[in-house]
Design a protein around this ligand. Sequence first.
Ligand code: MN
Length: 420
Amino acid sequence: MTLITSWVESANSADTDFPLNNLPYGVFSTDALEPRCGVAIGDMVLDVAALEEAGLITLSEDAVFDVPYWNDVMELGPDAWEALRARLVSMLSNGSADQAEVTPFLIAMDGVRLHMPLVVSEYTDFYAGRNHATNVGTMFRGAENALPPNWLHIPIGYNGRASTVVVSGTDITRPWGQLKAPDAEVPRFAPCRRLDIELEIGAIVGTSTDMGDRITVGQADKMIFGYVLLNDWSARDIQAWEYQPLGPFQAKAFATSISPWIVTRAALEPFRTSTPEREKDLLPYLREPGPMLYDIDLSVIMQPEGGKQEVIARTNYNEMYYSAAQQLTHHASSGCAMNAGDLLGSGTISGPEKSQRGSLLELSWGGKEPMTLSSGETRTFIEDGDTMILTGHAKGEGYRIGFGACEGTILPATPDNFDA
Ligand code: MN
């Protein structure tokens, strides 16, 4: 696949995250414009709400872009998604007859504010990276019991909180919780001291299923509207005390950040790749009809307050053991209804090497092996004032499909207010 050239010059640069091949969907506002749907192209945002109002894009009888979310477009279904992409490619391609009419609807990206691109219906997080599960299991339960007995058969997940999914750039306040040191008799309630990230990809479900419906992996794949970068902020000390027997709860509930642009399944199509060979055969309902993962390079960047950005890990989405389509199939397998706007976290993406680990828990091996930054500072977990940034892109010939950044800065815990 090669670059599709655009009359928007900045979209033809090999370095842009947003060439014409990408066309990711976000929600933006300016001093003059209320939050509305937009499409990233090079260093510009295309105001599709205004294009719709001007009659240059029509997806349905009712307006679908003049709202601060893409859920209405999702609910129109895959044929409409395809029609929208085809229309956008046609109007933005080099030599398009629409250039003069469309030009007034482009706004410089550095002049807009980005918002949550969707209303998250529900959020489910999985645990589908084998290297991550093995590392964490080894730390928490020992090498002998690293992978739980169900892990090679089920994409393990838990129901998370949609209420605290926030867009990149939102500050994250250090959470309070129950902490219990191994040698302490009872827990105490205090600010988290082992605050962490999880590098993940979020899949956005674009069509719904009814209660009682089951779906194949092939059907599930077609239900996915697009993907975002996802940081599943994690309080490891809260998690270690609370997680048995029902899994994480408050350790994960305080915040999840996503990147502001939904990269569509269509844009990622040329980068499909397969899940790894199975150590144990999967049950038939989880078998994939074709390649369901994507080759997406991912980085974790840390920036201490007042310091410079530093890459602390690099890995790839192709390290997952289960794909988003398999996770969605499993999620619906009991008859659980899935909704447009459902967000599925992949699980932490770690490669086999130490430099490829997608969490500080793994990078510092439970805090035992501090990382040294180029400034000489060391880190085991995240300090107040640190900014954590995830980036990702799939590499084509002379272009890349980028996600933009998913970042958040940690603010100090709120003061103690439990004196009463
Ligand atoms: Mn997670």
